[in-house]
Design a protein around this ligand. Structure first.
Ligand code: E4P
Length: 240
């Protein structure tokens, strides 16, 4: 299973990259705005260079099907490891599958995004998407079972030997990450604040604190014993 960082913050991406646990990055226009990447091209190029050869997903910003193709070509030209995010449908519910198919045929890697149903996964795989993003948090926001969809989708893709990978995004809590991992997600894209929650634990800290304190006590004890032995030797041989 791969872990992507769901962020456009280069400092956070670099931090987790240096720990050796990052396989890629995902962004979207909302994340770009939140991370003050007002010049999307500049930030996308910076992240692409930072994580190369790992992939970074960058999303189209138009709602028009024809314009998506041109915009996607432009995004893909910014760096060799850019994956273009195309929504599964536009704001009017028009399928973007033709956009996916056209770009895939040109060799551009596509992350078909904003998916919340099994049908969307099936059609995205058939259109040739490299990645299919399932928005787990947005599903649970509406009372749907994201874990079941992730499991069903992973099994269906494997059963029919499709190569599309499921990215589980829209993480709301640590349990979403655990559930997605155990349900067979190929990739989970994790906001940086949840990476911190995954690794830290108050009892781990207390355990380390206990070990460090006991190591200090042992060192002090060893010092005392050594000093005692030396003074004994000194008493037996008063002339050195
Ligand atoms: C990732 O690819 C998605 O764009 C992101 O996780 C969406 O998260 P949200 O539902 O919190 O906006």
């Amino acid at each position: 299973m791969e872990i992507f960082i769901d962020s456009a913050n280069p400092d956070e991406i670099r931090r987790w990259l240096e720990y050796g646990v990052v396989d890629g990055v995902t962004t979207n226009p909302t994340i770009m705005l939140k991370d003050e990447a007002y010049d999307m091209q500049e930030r996308a190029k910076e992240i692409a260079a930072l994580i190369y050869p790992r992939p970074v997903s960058v999303e189209v910003t138009t709602n028009h099907i024809e314009q998506m193709i041109d915009e996607a070509r432009g995004l893909a030209s910014w760096a060799p490891n850019i994956v273009v995010k195309i929504p599964v449908v536009n704001e009017y519910g028009e399928p973007c599958l033709g956009v996916v198919r056209t770009l895939v045929e040109e060799g551009i890697k596509i992350n078909m995004t904003a998916c919340l149903s099994f049908g969307q996964v099936v059609l995205g795989a058939k259109a040739g998407a490299t990645y299919i993003s399932i928005f787990a948090g947005r599903m649970t926001d509406e009372g749907h079972d994201a874990t079941k969809l992730i499991r069903d989708a992973a099994e269906w893709l494997a059963g029919w030997e499709y190569h599309s990978k499921i990215i589980v995004g829209s993480i709301r809590e640590v349990t979403n990450i655990q559930d997605a991992a155990l349900a067979g997600a190929h990739v989970i894209t994790v906001p940086p604040q949840f990476m911190g929650k995954l690794i830290d634990h108050h009892y781990s800290r207390a355990t380390v604190q206990q070990f460090n304190a006991d190591a200090q006590k042992a060192l002090a004890k060893m010092g005392e014993l050594k000093a005692g032995a030396e003074s004994l030797v000194g008493a037996r041989n008063p002339n050195g």
